[in-house]
Design a protein around this ligand. Structure first.
Ligand SMILES: NC(=O)c1ccc[n+]([C@@H]2O[C@H](COP(=O)([O-])OP(=O)(O)OC[C@H]3O[C@@H](n4cnc5c(N)ncnc54)[C@H](O)[C@@H]3O)[C@@H](O)[C@H]2O)c1
Ligand SMILES: [Zn+2]
Length: 376
């Protein structure tokens, strides 16, 4: 086996039998992407799907690495932003891949944030009934969350992520140096998902983040380690429940409230997904406290940490926010499968102790939201 010039600082395996794959984490890894993709075997072409912003900043280095390894490299760059995660764009990407003569044994490279990962992953899953996918995530959110686990899809007018499929990647390359060009607001939003992993299942990790978050934001080894811990947690949960029939739902801690807030604010730049998650995480803890499951000082700790890194934690912090409990509850009911009038929530018994609560009465949620909106 040839040695590679850039050793990943961290390697996390996602153990899924024959579909197992590695997540490589470290600075500078895209320079070796070509050789690593060639080692997957059988591909003559690595078709890159990216967005225009990522292409402008980082495509030349990725392209050089792929071409040096002897791969043909067609590129399709879509406009940056959530608006690209739609069926017409999927068709455009599929057409471009077919026009570039991407064959069954070739590889599609998703090079960007979660939008590109979900769109390119979906395209890879259905092109010629499925070609291999390599995720090269370029946002913190994508490195710790969306590039791992195989969920792909697009939005429709009926809602987010309603059309898609599971298509696990063959490899994930998280080049952490790419995060240096990410706007701090985007980094912070991704950090909400990092904190989420500690809050849902690893109190020690959360405690370490409370101390080391400035170094995580500054980059370097602390950032790489936090990304590795996050990926390891997601990998373990995905390995135990690949298609979300049970435990994988824990990854949605804070997300029921977050999705309702995003829907109420139009999924736009007013409130990024991770910002909604930060508010949602505090709400999940506050709601659990209201149900007598968790002491108030744990809620305060969560709130304090998220606020310390500059994330919003209260609905009142959303710009121009005019929210009603009824609207939010409507979105929650729509988002969730309502069983006999009861809602499923991810609740907590403490930091690092999330669990699935399948039978929460909507009235209690409504009363909680009314209080929250009044106080915020
Ligand atoms: N599949 C999953 O399991 C999963 C999980 C979580 C989220 N998601 C999806 O992920 C999407 C959000 O992903 P996101 O937050 O990465 O958003 P995104 O892909 O829109 O990226 C955010 C912005 O950052 C820019 N950008 C990306 N990398 C950059 C870099 N290195 N330097 C400078 N700018 C860069 C992008 O061009 C974009 O403008 C949502 O659609 C969400 O539904 C999917
Ligand atoms: Zn999320």
């Amino acid at each position: 086996m040839t040695s590679l010039a850039v050793d990943p600082r961290h390697r996390v395996e996602v153990p899924l039998g024959q579909r197992s794959y590695d997540i490589l984490i470290g600075a500078g890894l895209i320079d070796d992407a070509g050789r690593r993709i060639v080692r997957l075997g059988g591909a003559r072409c690595a078709a890159v799907v990216t967005d225009e912003t990522v292409a402008e900043r980082h495509l030349p280095r990725l392209r050089a690495s792929l071409e040096t390894a002897g791969l043909r490299v067609p590129v399709e760059a879509v406009p940056a932003g959530e608006h690209s995660k739609r069926l017409p764009m999927l068709e455009q990407v599929l057409d471009a891949l077919l026009a570039a003569r991407v064959e069954r044994g070739d590889i599609i490279v998703a090079f960007g944030g979660g939008v590109v990962g979900d769109l390119a992953g979906f395209a890879a899953g259905i092109l010629r009934r499925g070609v291999r996918l390599v995720q090269i995530p370029t946002t913190l959110l994508a490195q710790v969350d969306s590039s791992v686990g195989g969920k792909t899809g697009v939005n429709t007018r009926h809602g987010k992520n309603l059309v898609g499929l599971f298509h696990q990647p063959a490899l994930v390359i998280a080049d952490t140096a790419l995060l240096d060009t990410l706007p701090v607001r985007e980094f912070r939003a991704g950090y909400a998902e990092v904190a989420k992993y500690g809050l849902l299942g690893d109190a020690t990790f959360f405690a370490s983040l409370e101390k080391s978050w400035p170094e995580v934001f500054a980059g370097g080894p602390a950032r790489d380690s936090a990304i590795e811990r996050s990926c390891a947690m997601k990998a373990a949960i995905v390995a135990r429940d690949e298609t979300e029939s049970g435990e994988r739902a824990l990854l949605n801690l804070g997300h029921t409230f977050a999705h309702a807030l995003e829907a109420a604010t139009g999924f736009g730049p007013r409130l990024l997904h991770g910002e909604a998650v930060a508010i949602g995480l505090r709400l999940a803890f506050a709601f659990s406290a209201r149900l007598g499951l968790v002491p108030l000082d744990e809620v305060a700790r969560v709130q304090h940490h998220l606020a310390a890194v500059g994330l919003p934690t209260r609905t009142g912090e959303i710009e121009g926010s005019v929210l009603s409990a009824e609207t939010l509850l409507g979105h929650i009911a729509q988002d969730k499968k309502v069983k006999d009038g009861a809602l499923t929530f991810i609740l907590v018994r403490g930091i690092g102790q999330a669990f699935v609560a399948p039978d929460v009465p909507p009235d209690i949620v409504r009363a909680f939201l009314e209080d929250e909106l009044r106080r915020s």
